[in-house]
Design a protein around this ligand. Structure first.
Ligand code: 5AD
Ligand code: FES
Length: 364
C-alpha cells in the first residue's frame, strides 16, 4: 500500500507507474481508488456538472468496427430529430438549470448538415438567452466548419481518438480515407487552434488492447494538453465486425474495473481537467457512473433525447436509461450524484479549469 500512496503523491507519473495503477486488482485497487478519490476532492472540490445530452440522429457516414450505428449496420433503425424537438430539449436543460447541453450524432459532413448545425447552435443560444453552454460531438470536420460552429456559439468539442495507438486504431477502423488516424489527430489540434475547449477519449477493454497502450493513452491526453476526457469500457455489439473477436475480450467486470482505474489514474495525472462519467460504465454496473464520480470524474450527462428515439442510438447493446423521459433521467441523476457524496453545480457551465490555466500559460 505504501507504493500506491507514494504514486498518489508523485508529480510526474511515468508509463510504468500508470501501467501498474491501471492493472491493480483486489484490495490494492480499492485502496488506490479510495485514496485518489480523497485527494481529488481536496484539490478540485466536491462539485460535478450536468450536461444534458441530446443524441439527435444516428445517420452515420462512417463504418467503425465497434459501433452499432455504423453505416454498414442495416438493422439499425435510423432517425433524425427535428430542430424544434432539439430546441425543446435545450429549453428543458435550461429550465432545469443544467448549465450546458451536448449535441451528438452520427458523423456527417455534407453542407446541408453543417449549415443546419450552425443555425441550430444559434437558435439554442437565442432560446436560452445565451445562458446554456453548448458542447458538440459531431466528428471530423474541416477547419472552416469547426470555426463556423465555434462562432455560432458552441464552445466545447468532444472528439475521441478511440485509441492513441495507431496500430490498434487500424484494428478497430477500416483502413481508408474516411477513417484516417492522422486526420483524426489533426482534427483535435484544429479544434484547439480554433479555440474550443477540447475533449477526447478512448475505449477501454478493446480486443488486442494492453495496459501499456492504455497508459500511453493517458500520457497522450497530457501531451496533447487536452481539457476534457470521456472514456468508458468497450461493450461489444452483435451487429458489428468486432463482435467476431468477442472471445478475446476481458470479462465485462474487468473492463469496468480497468475503466475506473483509468479514470482515477488520469485524475492524478491531470488534476484540473474535466472527466466525464461515461454512460457505458452504467451498462455494466448499475452504480457505474456514481463510482466514477467518487474516484475522479466530475461531469455527468443526463440523457435528454426525446424518449421515442433513445433506444435507436445504440452504439453498444444494453445501453441504460433508454425508457426514461428527460425529467426522470435528471431526477435520477441528482439522487445518484448525492449518493456519490458530490454536489451539482447548477446553472454553471462547469468549464475545464485546465483550459483557462492553459490560456494563462500561453500568454506568458
Ligand atoms: N462500446 C463502447 N463505446 C462505444 N462507442 C462507440 N461504440 C462503442 C461500443 N461498442 C463510443 C466511442 C465514440 C462514442 C460516442 O461512443 O468511443 O466516440
Ligand atoms: Fe459513426 Fe464511427 S460508426 S463515427
Amino acid at each position: 500500500m505504501n507504493q500506491i500512496l507514494q504514486l498518489i503523491q508523485k508529480e510526474n507519473l511515468t508509463k510504468e507507474d500508470l501501467t501498474y495503477l491501471i492493472g491493480l486488482a483486489g484490495e490494492e485497487r480499492e485502496f488506490f481508488l479510495r485514496e485518489t478519490g480523497k485527494k481529488y476532492v481536496e484539490t478540485l472540490g466536491n462539485k460535478v456538472y450536468f450536461r444534458g445530452l441530446v443524441e439527435f440522429s444516428n445517420y452515420c457516414t462512417k463504418d467503425c468496427y465497434y459501433c452499432g450505428i455504423r453505416k454498414g449496420n442495416a438493422k439499425a433503425e435510423r432517425y433524425d430529430i427535428d430542430d424544434e424537438a432539439i430546441l425543446q430539449a435545450a429549453r428543458f436543460a435550461h429550465e432545469h438549470n443544467y448549465g450546458s447541453m451536448v449535441l451528438q450524432s452520427g458523423e456527417r459532413s455534407d453542407e446541408k448538415f453543417t449549415k443546419r448545425i450552425t443555425q441550430l447552435i444559434k437558435k439554442i443560444k437565442e432560446a436560452t438567452q445565451g445562458e446554456l453552454g453548448i458542447t458538440i460531438s459531431l466528428g471530423e470536420q474541416t477547419e472552416e466548419t469547426y470555426r463556423e460552429w465555434f462562432e455560432a456559439g458552441a464552445h466545447r468539442y468532444l472528439l475521441r481518438i478511440e485509441s492513441s495507438n495507431k496500430e490498434l486504431y487500424y484494428k478497430i477502423h477500416p483502413q481508408d480515407d474516411n477513417h484516417n488516424f492522422e486526420k483524426r489527430l489533426n482534427c483535435i489540434k484544429t479544434l484547439q487552434k480554433v479555440g474550443f475547449q477540447t475533449g477526447t477519449g478512448v475505449m477501454i477493454g478493446l480486443p488486442f488492447q494492453t495496459f501499456e497502450q492504455l497508459a500511453d493513452d493517458l500520457l497522450f491526453f497530457k501531451e496533447m494538453n487536452i481539457d476534457m476526457v470521456g472514456m468508458g469500457p468497450f461493450i461489444e455489439h452483435s451487429e458489428t465486425p468486432l463482435y467476431a473477436h468477442k472471445d478475446k475480450l476481458w470479462p465485462l467486470q474487468r473492463r469496468f474495473d480497468v475503466a475506473l482505474n483509468m479514470i482515477a489514474a488520469l485524475r492524478l495525472l491531470m488534476p484540473d481537467i474535466n472527466i466525464a462519467a461515461a454512460t457505458a460504465l452504467q451498462a455494466i454496473d448499475k452504480m457505474g457512473r456514481e463510482k466514477a464520480l467518487r474516484y475522479g470524474a466530475n461531469i455527468i450527462m443526463p440523457n435528454i433525447t426525446p424518449t421515442l428515439h433513445r433506444k435507436d442510438y445504440q452504439l453498444y447493446e444494453n445501453k441504460p436509461c433508454t425508457d426514461e423521459g428527460a425529467e426522470d433521467c435528471g431526477n435520477c441523476m441528482s439522487i445518484r450524484v448525492e449518493m456519490a457524496g458530490r454536489e451539482i453545480g447548477y446553472n454553471e457551465w462547469g468549464d475545464s479549469s485546465h483550459f483557462f490555466n492553459r490560456q494563462e500559460q500561453n500568454k506568458k
